[in-house]
Design a protein around this ligand. Structure first.
Ligand SMILES: NC(=O)c1ccc[n+]([C@@H]2O[C@H](COP(=O)([O-])OP(=O)(O)OC[C@H]3O[C@@H](n4cnc5c(N)ncnc54)[C@H](OP(=O)(O)O)[C@@H]3O)[C@@H](O)[C@H]2O)c1
Length: 295
């Protein structure tokens, strides 16, 4: 069997088109323009690329975008003051502080300072709790993108054995919580593996759907999966550069071997990646509608 490719780039483009229309309607009917503020502390090259992409996508969809670039030695107090200002700014409906932050800044303090109603990353404890009890306002972007990929590719999750490899707060734990809910596009039996798991293959070999967010190339190899599995590869690993100096990216899955056994699989790049920013745009639109009492 050679797997069907789950083309995140195409699915993301389709959702962006839907969002663009809804944003235009919001402006026409309610004179409301969703606003997103991104905050970048320091000059990490990958973070600069991500923030640039967020800004560009906002503009393409008709979202007002504001970018705050702060030097790497910005104090926590100064960053918190900016967050406070953005919390009070009525043009701004969503605030995204790009992670990771420099070591001298406490990430939790900053994430907790964002108004939960503007927390379009879905990382504030209030939003984490709402997700847990099945009443989310904002789903975290990457896990929400994964759920959309599954739903829009016609992959049944209800009753499925889903094995997640990785338990981070931004991917592993929230996707486990999303797929656990008694809802459409969820209702799965969920197992979460990590470096403390005794025998990862024992779990992955019986999985109908495997979601890998480990940050390790070839963390999942062909002998670890059953025929007909669906594989969502969240990993983004830079393993070198091309002759032209472009980064070579691979996921966490041994793609060439696993695709021969899988029913469907996401490529890297072009799988989960494009969905993350798209879901950020969706959350920004939702934040604007919530603020205006339109939800
Ligand atoms: N495409 C996107 O939009 C997107 C978004 C976010 C992240 N990512 C990518 O996804 C990957 C994971 O990101 P993250 O932030 O979740 O990473 P993270 O915070 O480093 O967490 C990695 C998790 O994987 C577990 N793990 C690592 N190696 C493992 C192995 N060999 N077997 C089993 N478990 C293993 C770790 O276990 P312990 O907890 O025991 O240490 C940890 O829970 C990275 O490559 C990142 O770049 C992509």
């Amino acid at each position: 069997m050679t797997a069907q490719l789950i083309k995140g780039a195409e699915i993301a483009a389709q959702i962006r088109e839907e969002l663009k229309q809804e944003i235009a309607e919001l402006k026409e009917k309610h004179n409301l323009i969703p606003g997103l503020a991104t905050v970048l502390v320091g000059e990490d090259p990958a973070s600069q690329v991500y923030v640039g992409q967020k800004e560009k996508t906002s503009l393409a969809l008709g979202i007002y975008s504001e970018r705050h670039d702060l030097p790497a030695d910005t104090s926590e107090a100064d960053l918190l003051a900016l967050v406070d200002k953005l919390n009070k700014d009525q043009k701004i409906h969503g605030i995204l502080v790009q992670l990771p932050l420099p070591k001298h800044i406490n990430e939790t303090n900053v994430l907790c300072a964002i108004d939960p109603n503007k927390d379009v990353d879905g990382f504030h404890p209030v939003n984490v709790g709402k997700l847990m009890i099945g009443e989310p306002d904002f789903l975290p972007c990457t896990p929400h993108g994964i759920q959309q990929l599954l739903m829009r590719s016609g992959i049944e999750t209800s009753g499925a054995e889903v094995v997640i490899v990785g338990r981070s707060n931004i991917v592993g734990k929230p996707i486990a919580n999303i797929l656990l809910q008694k809802k459409e596009g969820a209702n799965a039996t969920v197992t979460v593996c990590h470096t403390g798991t005794r025998d990862i293959s024992f779990h992955t070999r019986r999985a109908d759907i495997i979601i890998v967010a480990a940050g390790k190339p070839k963390a999942i190899t062909a002998d670890m999966v059953k025929e007909g599995v669906v594989v969502i590869d969240v990993g983004v690993n830079r393993i070198g550069k091309t002759a032209e100096g472009k980064a070579i990216l691979v996921g966490d899955v041994d793609f060439d071997a696993v695709k021969e056994k899988a029913k469907a699989i996401t490529p890297v790049p072009g799988g989960v990646g494009p969905m993350t920013i798209t879901m950020l745009m969706l959350n920004t639109l939702k934040a604007a509608k919530l603020a205006a009492g339109l939800v």
